[in-house]
Write a protein that binds this ligand. Structure first.
Ligand code: 5AD
Ligand code: SF4
Length: 443
């Protein structure tokens, strides 16, 4: 049977997108061809997410559609990778007969072997978690582009009580700083203009000798014209050293994704988030002092078990105090195996929905106000693409992670850093006029 063409669909967070590139790197080394067309594939993988139930439901739905492909082509190999593979294991194969292999996040090296097993008619399961696997020796398969991800640490040791990640991705471990810096250098040489360092808790990075601030500085110094981003940061590990590193390097982006989750100390304690709101607001204040113009985004969970109306208002209150530039906002979703799963999911669905709507509405209003104030200011934008709505406009992003639309201009190309002046703003988008191409990234 032909096993040449592999198609991968990715769900969930940026870590998963980065993992897909690692999987493609592994398969590419073994001579597999990668395809973007599912109909021409011999092997179809879904790299999955378990963080909330609706993510899993969507993937189950997609599996149903893919099952019909297998009816047409019984030789098609179907595999589930990632967090759902880790969480559901054999159940996936028992319940979804068309699934041939199930591979968790730390066993991707064995995928070629599992494909052979599947081709021979056997099911393959690899769901062992590792304390050491970082894939740091594997060159991810990347398309030509401007922006690349590097996952610098894997796993999570924080055990927030709602979160399945410590169970699906295992313990924290970091790649060696030298190997990351080397990869940044390769990306710079290939013409990439931006790199995002990824980890579930990226700022608790430690390779035994270097902490996350050391890593950021080392990456920033590779190429002053290459912008460095990072996500996700945990408030517990956000040191002043890290803040100074950002403030002292123009190519380290002035943007921190710092999930708060709730505005109530009691709920935070139930969530095992290890900080109070006072401590959290203290970090935001210090960051704003040390890095003028820094922007923040957050994650919020509405309707965690036992959350009262008053505690929900505290969440709205902390959002109003911080004034986030962006937020990812979710309804609480019970996840089997977590500590919160043992608590009654006692906030009724309609109350959760209403609280979430209030949170989203308020966030939109704040983002609109923040963006309005940017009218008349100048910033530097990396031009990423033509705008989705019109080929007369480019779409780019500021260091503070805001999308900017600007007219296509002669001499300006995708991949350029340009200085723009903002003349219009909505809650999600800024509109700028082109001022000049900037050779060196300089805020
Ligand atoms: N229910 C709702 N949201 C969750 N998150 C993680 N687990 C859950 C859950 N069980 C959210 C958190 C986290 C983001 C990645 O997903 O806000 O920061
Ligand atoms: Fe999940 Fe908390 Fe770890 Fe984030 S820090 S991955 S929310 S356990």
């Amino acid at each position: 049977m032909n096993k040449n063409k592999v198609y991968i669909e990715t769900y969930g967070c940026q870590m998963n997108l980065a993992d897909t590139e690692v999987v493609m790197g592994i398969l590419n080394n073994k001579g597999y061809e990668l395809t973007k067309e599912i109909d021409s594939a011999d092997v179809v993988f879904l790299n999955t997410c378990s963080v909330r139930d609706n993510a899993e439901q969507r993937i189950h739905g997609r599996l149903g559609t893919i099952g019909t492909l297998k009816q047409k082509n019984p030789n098609l190999v179907i595999g589930i990778l990632g967090c759902m593979a880790e969480r559901l294991r054999e159940d996936l194969i028992d319940k979804q007969k068309m699934v041939d292999l199930v591979v968790g996040p730390d066993e991707y090296r064995r995928i070629p072997e599992f494909i052979d097993t599947a081709v021979a008619g056997e099911k393959g399961i690899g769901v062992k978690l590792s304390r050491t696997e970082t894939y740091e020796d594997i060159e991810p398969y990347r398309e030509e582009g401007l922006s690349a991800w590097i996952s610098v640490m894997r796993g999570c040791d924080k055990f927030c009580t709602y979160c399945v990640v410590p169970f699906t991705r295992g313990r924290e471990r970091s790649s060696k700083m030298e190997s990351i810096v080397e990869e940044v250098r390769r990306l710079s040489e290939k013409g990439f203009r931006e790199v995002t360092l990824l980890g579930q808790n990226v700022n608790s990075y430690s390779d035994g000798e270097n902490d996350f601030a050391d890593l950021l500085v080392a990456c920033a110094e590779v190429d002053k014209n290459l912008r460095i981003r990072f996500t996700t940061s945990h408030p517990q590990d956000l040191s002043d050293k890290l803040l100074y590193a950002i403030s002292e390097h123009d190519n380290l982006c002035n943007y921190i994704h710092l999930p708060v989750q709730s505005g109530s100390d009691r709920v935070l304690l139930e969530m095992n988030r290890t900080y109070t709101i006072e401590h959290y607001l203290g970090i935001i204040e210090r960051a704003r002092k040390i890095i003028p113009g820094v922007t923040f985004s957050t994650d919020i969970i509405a309707g965690f078990p036992t959350e009262t109306e008053e505690e929900h208002k505290m969440t709205l209150d902390v959002m109003a105090k911080v004034r986030y530039d962006g937020a990812y906002m979710f309804k609480y979703s019970p996840r089997e195996g977590t500590r919160a799963f043992k608590m009654a999911d006692d906030v009724p669905e309609d109350v959760k929905s209403r609280r979430l709507t209030e949170i989203i509405d308020q966030q939109q209003k704040i983002a609109y106000e923040i963006n309005q104030k940017l009218i008349g200011t100048e910033d530097i934008v990396l031009i990423e693409n033509l705008s989705k709505k019109s080929d007369q406009f480019y779409s780019g992003r500021t260091g503070t992670n805001k999308i900017v639309i600007l007219p296509v201009a002669e001499n300006v190309q995708i991949g350029d850093y340009v200085k723009v002046k903002i003349y219009k703003a909505t809650s999600a988008t800024l509109f700028g006029e082109f001022l000049e191409i900037t050779d060196v990234y300089k805020r």
